[in-house]
Design a protein. Sequence first.
Length: 47
Amino acid sequence: CLDTYHKVDLRLQTLEIPFHEVVTKDMFIMEIDAVCYYRMENASLLL
């Protein structure tokens, strides 16, 4: 018998990290943005 039910999406997910402009100690300007792809493999460990 199940007491609770949790729906978990196991498909590939995308996390977009927005554009940032960073100035280093030596006054070098870097423009950074990124995309992270991840997937949950074991749903029982998430809950």
